[in-house]
Design a protein around this ligand. Structure first.
Ligand code: GLN
Length: 228
């Protein structure tokens, strides 16, 4: 049976929630795959044949600082850019992956600069802090994970993609923002990297984890084909 190795960057919280959701999502997938979930806290953890990685939410400035202090910025960037790997950033993870960020902390904040996105921190306002809303899923998402066209989104001081900087970025989900009735981009993918502004690990619905696992499986299968 195929075994997928998924790393979770373990700097702040949400490790267990992502882990539980991955296990539950694996059970929903009909394919015979096993999943091994590993903590990533050190550059050496990136060498353990990981197939995929989740960068959870938290505080993007704290995560950047952690990466810098632990000499992980370049190793992690290289790992993510390697086509053998699939990466998913949630909330602060979306900020860390962006090429451009708005509303940065004073003095600026470094990001990994991988996705061609312009991401605004705390887009929905600090005072709101946290809200829950229905998210509209794009066809790209429902083609891989058929089912509902919406999902429940938990937004905690969430960012949003205010601009895509190249046609390589595809929208996976948007939110009809109640203040302006505009469609705000809240999930994107570019090549093997995806990002959500909300926290799917905090709901019972594991379709985003399923989507991620499907992508990891497909990526591995494609690699097998291209090396044959
Ligand atoms: N607003 C936070 C930041 O700037 C992200 C919040 C989250 O990950 N829930 O990093």
């Amino acid at each position: 049976m195929e075994c997928l190795k998924i790393g979770i960057l373990e700097v702040q919280g949400a490790f267990l929630e992502h882990k539980n959701a991955l296990v539950k999502a694996r059970d929903n997938i009909k394919l015979p795959v096993q999943i091994e979930i590993l903590e990533v806290r050190h550059p050496s953890h990136l060498n353990s044949c990981l197939d995929g990685m989740i960068i959870p939410g938290g505080e993007s400035t704290a995560i950047s600082l952690f990466l810098k202090r632990n000499n992980m910025v370049e190793p992690l960037r290289g790992w993510i850019q390697d086509k053998k790997h699939v990466t998913w950033g949630t909330c602060a993870g979306m900020i860390i992956l962006a090429k451009q960020t708005e509303n940065q902390k004073n003095g600026g904040q470094p990001t990994l600069g991988i996705m061609d996105t312009d991401v605004s921190r705390n887009f929905f306002g600090r005072q709101v802090n946290s809200f829950e809303a229905e998210v509209n899923l794009s066809e790209i998402f429902t083609n891989l994970c058929p089912g509902d066209k919406v999902c429940h989104g938990v937004f905690i001081r969430a960012p949003a993609v205010i601009q895509t900087l190249s046609p390589n970025v595809e929208v996976l989900a948007s939110l009809t923002w109640k203040d302006t009735s505009e469609e705000v981009i809240v999930a994107v993918q570019q090549d093997n990297v995806m990002a959500t502004a909300f926290h799917p690990e905090l709901t019972e619905d594991v379709k985003w984890h399923q989507f991620f696992i499907e992508r990891v499986i497909r990526n591995k299968a494609l690699l097998h084909c291209s090396t044959k």
